[in-house]
Design a binder for this molecule. Structure first.
Ligand code: BV8
Ligand code: ZN
Length: 273
């Protein structure tokens, strides 16, 4: 702890990367805990453009379930410790892989590199905006149960979330009347799915930070998902130091804090939350 705090006090540019483990204490299941399943599907198999193209109703049930769950949760001491530290120290930059919005709810201004559960994008006109309505459309009310034996709602395309103010409406057959209708584009969650590239400006901003960073804190991530999983080696290759906060020990870190980050972060950062 003392050698870490010495490094913390002399560091010029501190970058903090968080993953699902930072929200675990808020009651949000991590991506890979309990196998990371929703119903009988691996979460990672639903967070893809292919899954959305094949069955937008099932993917929207998955995201409605997560939006509904997160909307009932609060930030925990890990989020508040990071927000407090950012206030106390200049040149601290928070990058999160999480899409739950809890860092912002705790007062941080994170780079949300994988987007947000509460932002949507129109697949027809490309418009992107925040939408916190719950449910986001009537047809999803009461849907999204995560149990393995829960059945798909099979919501017809025209009753899934649609872009009301769409500049490029699409022609569809109404599932209710069978008539031809002109309707706003299908909305999708504005998150980065697997096999989708991150927004180039976001990646550029991150790259600049990592190249200048002399201390990287990696908090609550399994280090499986790229490009986030590659950040520690970038910092180390530039001579920076890496501190890991995880339930499991990690090789290769200069400082390794093993245990719940909601307990260890306030101590390590020297903040009272
Ligand atoms: C891309 C949004 C270019 C969606 C997410 C190189 C090698 C291999 C594969 C690839 C590669 N480069 C690219 C890939 C493909 C892929 C990838 O990495 N695949 C993995 C599975 C191998 N990457 C991509 O596709 C990325 N795009 O690279 O673009 C490109 C383009 C086309 C084709 C190829 C490449 C985009 C990845 C973004 C995916 N979207 N989220 C959504 O959320 O619905 S990622 C998703 O996983 C979440 O955001 C989550 O945060 C993230 C990472 O998971 P973790 O946060 O680490 O969570 P996890 O459950 O795994 O771990 C929790 C950890 O916390 C554990 O270690 C646990 O011990 C710890 N913990 C738990 N409780 C606590 C705790 N620690 C402390 N305290 C606690 N209390
Ligand atoms: Zn639109």
């Amino acid at each position: 702890m003392t050698s870490f705090q010495a490094a913390l006090s002399t560091a010029k540019i501190i970058v903090i990367l968080t993953g699902a483990g930072v929200s675990a204490a808020s009651g949000i299941p991590t991506f890979r805990a309990a196998g990371g399943y929703w119903r009988t599907y691996e979460s990672t198999s639903l967070a893809t453009p292919q899954a959305f193209r094949k069955n937008p109703s099932r993917v929207w049930e998955f995201y409605h379930y997560r939006r509904d769950l997160v909307s009932q949760k609060q930030p925990n001491r890990a989020h508040f410790a990071l927000a407090e530290f950012e206030k106390l120290r200049p040149n601290v930059h928070l990058i999160t892989q999480n899409v739950d919005g809890l860092h912002a709810a705790a007062g941080s201004e994170p780079i949300e590199m994988h987007g947000s559960l509460f932002h949507v994008r129109c697949t027809s006109c490309g418009d992107e905006f925040e939408d916190r309505t719950n449910p986001i459309c009537d047809s999803l009310a009461g849907k999204g149960a995560p149990d393995p034996d829960a059945r798909d709602a099979d919501i017809p395309l025209d009753l899934l979330p649609r872009h009301e103010l769409c500049q490029r409406p699409v022609a569809l057959t109404s599932s209710e009347t069978g008539e031809k209708i002109c309707i706003g584009g299908l909305l999708r969650p504005a998150v980065v799915w697997f096999n989708e590239s991150l927004d180039p400006p976001v990646m550029n901003e991150i790259r600049v930070l990592l190249n200048r960073c002399d201390l990287l804190l990696v908090v609550g991530t399994s280090g499986i998902v790229y490009p986030a999983a590659g950040f520690a080696s970038i910092v180390k290759s530039n001579g920076g130091k890496v501190a890991e906060f995880n339930l499991d020990p990690s090789e290769g870190a200069d400082f390794d804090f093993v245990g719940p980050c909601e307990d260890l972060l306030p101590l390590a950062l020297g903040v009272n939350v």
